[in-house]
Design a protein around this ligand. Structure first.
Ligand SMILES: Cc1cc2nc3c(=O)[nH]c(=O)nc-3n(C[C@H](O)[C@H](O)[C@H](O)COP(=O)(O)OP(=O)(O)OC[C@H]3O[C@@H](n4cnc5c(N)ncnc54)[C@H](O)[C@@H]3O)c2cc1C
Length: 378
């Protein structure tokens, strides 16, 4: 059956800001053959295509006057496995958290820290999505895609994807809206990091037992860090990080539940309050700049990045500028999490963009630091 293009199509349920925008034309497909057939049509202008996943990282500045392609490729397939690891191919239209749930249920380790990130599998590679110390790049083996311009299927291995913090080759001009991700192959572990460490220990019998208990006590002492349990998200994060990454003592299901509880206590529910999670990225600054910041503001929140660079908390910067809870129309930065901009109901894209502009200017003038948007503006 030939699928039809839809005209004047509402994207309200396909953007988590909940903006009432329309696409001039919209086409959704469930497999690569449908896409190939569709793209043969000589009337299609490839320059006006927008690829849309779950719309949880997109801000529509107005109605979209071109063609929206919405991959609805929905499958989860085991490719290969042994006692220790498994390779799974997942269609780009699968909801990301559905895949995490599948992994946790089957006791495949890797995705659990990224529980409840909204959106679909395809964009995890575009954004190099991540949470609580895990990023998509840590799990992706290769990405299958369709080059709309060359009209051919391609494969990009992990190193081809040029993953960085919330960035990848798919965001560059030569790939953006030209190369459509159709599926992703992830490698997951069938044993915990902790178990892998124990297994890798070469000793036998008593020595192995001794090693096991030494590791156990070490991780237990690091996990139970009462001082770190506080109301501030950064403290929750560190506590969670200890628990999730170091202890290895939690079941996968419990890890997922802790992540979900932490996230839902911080982030607004997209069903009730439109948002795209972090509107801004945490800026990357040089070590020298971070040291100066630390001298001037001893309470500055910094995260290690690559050698010579640190990330500074965008939320902290915005808060220091007195812009937490700032509101323009129905768009506002959250008081307790100011790098998230929410739609209190009737916000227009202009309200959101004007507010973002105000925040960016505030941070630039006080700290001489450029805030880069994490959200994709269309
Ligand atoms: C409440 C909330 C919490 C969030 N928390 C996090 C978090 O913890 N960590 C995090 O990293 N992100 C987070 N996000 C942001 C967002 O969920 C992720 O970036 C997610 O991966 C985006 O997926 P999506 O399918 O919605 O992408 P979309 O918003 O639809 O698209 C994002 C970009 O990817 C492109 N794209 C989408 N699908 C494809 C495809 N198949 N092929 C090629 N290009 C494609 C689009 O053109 C666009 O440029 C959060 C968002 C919300 C609303």
């Amino acid at each position: 059956m030939i699928k039809m293009i839809k005209h004047d199509f509402s994207l309200k349920s396909l953007n988590t800001f909940g903006l009432d925008v329309k696409a001039d034309r919209y086409f959704s497909f469930t497999n690569i053959d449908e896409l190939k057939d569709f793209i043969q049509d000589p009337k299609i202008d490839l320059n006006e295509i927008l690829i849309l996943g779950g719309g949880s990282n997109i801000l529509f500045s107005k109605n979209y006057s071109g063609l929206v392609l919405h991959p609805n490729i929905d499958f989860i397939k085991k490719i290969e496995e042994n006692d220790i690891e498994i390779f799974i191919e997942v269609g780009s239209g699968v909801n990301w958290d559905t895949f995490v749930k599948y992994c946790v249920k089957n006791r495949y380790y890797g995705t659990e820290n990224m529980s409840l990130i909204p959106g679909n599998v395809g964009a995890t590679a575009v954004q190099n999505a991540g949470a609580y110390g895990t990023e998509a790049k840590d799990l992706i083996i290769y990405v299958k895609a369709f080059d709309l311009y060359e009209n051919k299927e391609i494969i990009l291995h992990n190193s081809d994807c040029k993953f960085e913090y919330r960035n990848s080759i798919f965001k560059t001009d030569s790939y953006k809206n030209r190369v459509l991700i159709t599926s992703i192959v992830y490698k997951l572990s069938k044993i915990s990091k902790y178990q892998a460490k124990i297994n890798s220990y070469k000793g036998n019998g008593f020595k192995k037992q001794y090693f096991f208990w030494k590791e156990f006590i070490h991780h237990l002492s690091r996990s139970v860090n009462i001082k770190s349990v506080g109301k501030k998200s950064i403290l929750d994060y560190r506590f969670l990080k200890n628990l999730l990454e170091d202890s290895g003592l939690l079941s996968l299901d419990l890890k997922r539940r802790i992540v979900i509880k932490t996230r839902t206590s911080k982030l607004p529910d997209i069903e009730k309050l439109g948002n795209v999670g972090s509107f801004f990225k945490n800026p990357i600054i040089t070590i020298e700049k971070s040291e100066k910041l630390k001298r001037d503001y001893p309470n500055v929140i910094l995260f290690p990045y690559v050698e010579g660079y640190m990330k500074v908390s965008a939320a902290w910067l915005i808060d220091q500028c007195g812009l937490s809870g700032e509101r323009i129309g129905d768009a506002a930065t959250l008081k307790h999490l100011p790098l998230t901009i929410v739609n209190y109901g009737k916000a227009t894209s202009n309200d959101i963009l004007n507010l973002a502009d105000k925040v960016e200017k505030g941070v630039l003038s006080k700290f001489d630091i450029i805030l880069e948007k994490e959200v994709v503006i269309v």
